[in-house]
Design a protein. Structure first.
Length: 324
């Protein structure tokens, strides 16, 4: 990997391959606003990036600073190896990462007009007009001002006027929202994993009692909610929540589930000064809570290699009497 301490501008395209870029790639004159950046593999950029288009042919690639693409950030479908964005990614146009072979990890928020992701992990939230996700994990929320389409995903929550879904999907937080009733393909499944013992699963240990995933019935668990702001403007939403069916939550110590350690460690990313791990029952330590390890764990949930048991609906009267 050749180290570059200065980017010399002579063309409208900066091509990088086998390079460590120690500086930011930012425009210093108006002519440089139309510059494209082409990443061809084995590249690490330590500074922030601004370009008209950011095109990534293949990984591995790592961006340590924020990235802004005026028109589009595009990762080619056949890109291999892992691509990591440590900080926020934004575009006035599109962010497209429909990967068939490799993975892309976004360590912070994504903000664009249109976002299309496949085989990606997002440690923050996504803000866009239209969002399309497949085989993707978003630890924060997906907030679309027009449409949200999801298939085989794990999301913190979502809020969009129109939501369409297919496959098997997981929701990390108790409630999600849509303006219009959600449209689901036949066979679509939703599970809420607020009470899943993700910490034990990450440590390859047995899940704690009274923990697990809860099947979300899109029709039965949908409620019409009216929100009123300071100007008395009313907004009608459909909320999808299992809160009314969770009595067992009062019997759990949610801190012991350690789910928050996974989410916080991923979302803070490079802001954490040291690497942490979880302690196992036998006193040993789990794998480090790094962005890549947490992403790998959630991908295993999506592909089924890590199975979350369904929460038991039965609670003994003796247990209730002891607690209350």
């Amino acid at each position: 990997m050749k180290e570059l301490t200065e980017i010399r501008i002579g063309e409208t395209i900066v091509g990088l391959k086998d390079n460590l870029v120690k500086t930011a790639i930012l425009p210093k004159a108006s002519v440089e606003l139309e510059r494209d950046i082409n990443i061809q593999g084995n590249v690490k950029i330590e500074g922030a990036v601004y370009a008209r288009n950011v095109i990534i042919d293949s990984g591995p690639a790592e961006f340590m600073g924020a990235v802004y693409a005026h028109n589009e950030l595009h990762i080619k479908n056949d890109s291999e190896r892992t691509i990591i964005f440590r900080k926020a990614v934004a575009s006035s146009g599109n962010v497209v990462s429909l990967l068939l072979k490799g993975y892309c990890i976004y360590g912070a928020d994504i903000n664009a007009i249109n976002v299309k992701l496949k085989n990606c992990f997002v440690a923050g939230s996504i803000f866009a007009n239209e969002i399309q996700l497949e085989n993707t994990v978003v630890l924060g929320g997906c907030f679309a001002s027009k449409k949200l389409a999801i298939q085989n995903v794990a999301l913190g929550t979502f809020n969009a006027p129109e939501v369409s879904a297919g496959g098997v999907n997981y929701v990390l937080y108790p409630t999600a929202f849509s303006v219009e009733p959600m449209a689901c393909l036949p066979g679509t499944e939703f599970y809420n994993i607020t009470l899943a013992d993700l910490g034990s699963l990450f440590k390859n240990e047995k899940e704690k009692p009274n923990t697990g995933k809860i099947r979300l019935d899109i029709e039965a668990d949908s409620q019409r909610t009216v929100l009123v702001d300071d100007t008395d403007t009313k907004t009608l939403l459909h909320s999808y929540s299992v809160a009314s069916r969770i009595l067992v939550s009062d019997l759990l110590d949610l801190e012991n589930l350690e789910n928050h350690f996974l989410i916080i460690s991923a979302s803070l990313g490079s802001q954490i000064l040291k690497t942490y791990s979880l302690q196992k029952v036998d006193g040993t330590k789990s794998s480090d809570l790094t962005l890549t390890n947490i992403a790998t764990f959630f991908f295993k949930i999506l592909n089924g290699s890590v199975q979350i048991s369904e929460i038991s609906g039965s609670i003994s009267f003796e247990e209730l009497r002891r607690r209350y």
